[in-house]
Design a binder for this molecule. Structure first.
Ligand code: 3PG
Length: 388
């Protein structure tokens, strides 16, 4: 089907919506992780081989065109460092993209005859260059990367080889609460690290020092711990953490073994004024042991402030545990920018069954939420008819 589709695009202008929202060095702007670019390259090459005139579009970061002028946005968010073919500038420089303004979608759609959406990382957004545009082209089509992601995620996460282990990290419970509830019903083992773990720890009565806690999510965190216990899900929180006086660089850093009874003065806890910046070696061992027993593993989000090398050890330990599990026959899926970057930087990408190009998108898929970008492409009609 794909071969026929690509060949039938000869001479046509094809607008390919990709997700080139890749991490870059904040000073040099050099791309530091190319996964999302290489993942969509086969689609671009197939269209080029078919002699289509390819125009690639993507967002990059979250510029705010209401508050920033064009020059400011270009300085901070230009897609120029990523460009290899005819690549439009950042779609989010136009306020109409994020707002899904019909005028923007119509102008965007006018650029081409055919729209191919292969931006899996952003199919959970209802935006002009994802959904709106489908109303303004002759035909539209989900690209091979999206098809591959959906096949993989549904095949392995809907009917996983048990036990299913999930590692969740990152900063906010608020961003992941929906998927965590969905996972309580699906997973056998749930490991929580990253800054979000401190909200769970605080809910359990652990003193977390100056580490940011989401007050509004303390009770939901407790409810979730109770629900996990009731369902027999093994939910593990860090048993020790690395603390530092500064979030930006190691400063008087040391490991604290966590007690849950911090009201007792000698009970261990994160000292006042200090920040929890990573999980500790005891937690690394605990998480590694739990993952070694899993038949399927899904990992999203770093275990600590991964961008500071001294705070990256927990994330690296999980990356190693995931790679080792793959070597022992487990199916492993990694999503989210930092987890993906950790795996790649450590040269372990070939030891992961599937690296998803979707962070939030893969979480929403697991959560079972309808994805607007997929809905807009859902009606794939025969190839000689418009497909949206
Ligand atoms: C991502 O990095 O997860 C995707 O590119 C989506 O970006 P967004 O969360 O800014 O919409």
């Amino acid at each position: 089907l794909e071969k026929t589709f690509f060949n039938s695009q000869q001479g046509k202008r094809v607008l390919l919506r990709a997700d080139l929202n890749v991490p870059t060095d904040s000073t040099t702007k050099v791309v530091t992780d190319k996964n999302r670019i290489t993942a969509v390259l086969p689609t671009i090459q197939a269209l080029q081989r078919a002699d289509a005139k390819v125009i690639v579009a993507s967002h990059f970061g979250r510029p705010d065109p209401k508050k920033q002028c064009w020059d400011e946005m270009v300085k901070a968010y230009s897609l120029a460092p990523v460009a290899e073919v005819c690549l439009l500038e950042n779609t989010r420089f136009h306020v109409g993209d994020s707002k899904n303004d019909p005028a923007f979608a119509a102008a965007f759609g006018k650029l081409a005859h055919v729209f191919v959406c292969d931006a899996f990382g952003v199919v959970h957004r209802d935006q002009g260059s994802i959904t709106g545009v489908t109303q303004h082209v002759e035909a539209c089509y989900p690209g091979p990367l999206i098809r591959h992601e959906l096949t993989y995620l549904s095949q392995y996460l809907e009917k996983p080889k048990r036990p299913l282990g999930v590692v969740m990290g990152g900063s906010k419970v608020a961003d992941k609460i929906g998927v965590l509830w969905a996972l309580i019903k699906k997973a056998d083992v749930l490991l929580i690290g990253g800054r979000m773990a401190f909200t769970f720890l605080a809910a359990k009565g652990v003193c977390v020092g100056a580490t940011q806690v989401e007050e509004a999510w303390l009770q939901p965190a407790l409810d979730m711990l109770a629900a996990a216990e009731a369902r027999g899900v093994k939910l593990l929180l860090p048993c020790d953490v690395l603390v530092s006086n500064s979030l930006e660089a190691p400063q008087k850093e040391h490991i604290v073994e966590l007690g849950v009874n911090c009201c007792v003065p000698e009970a261990p806890c994160v000292p006042a004024g200090q920040f929890g910046v990573d999980i500790g070696p005891g937690s690394n061992a605990l998480f590694t042991k739990a993952l070694a027993q899993c038949g399927t593993i899904f990992w999203n989000g770093p275990m600590g402030k991964f961008e500071v090398p001294a705070f990256a050890l927990g994330t690296q330990a999980v990356a190693r545990a995931v790679a080792d599990a793959t070597k022992s026959g487990a199916v492993t899926v990694v999503g989210g920018g930092d987890s993906m970057a950790a795996i790649s930087q450590m040269g372990l990408a070939r030891h992961v069954s599937h690296i998803s190009t979707g962070g939030g998108a893969s979480l929403e898929f697991i959560e079972g939420k309808g994805m607007p970008g997929l809905r807009a492409l859902a009606t794939v009609k025969p190839l000689d008819e418009p497909q949206c």
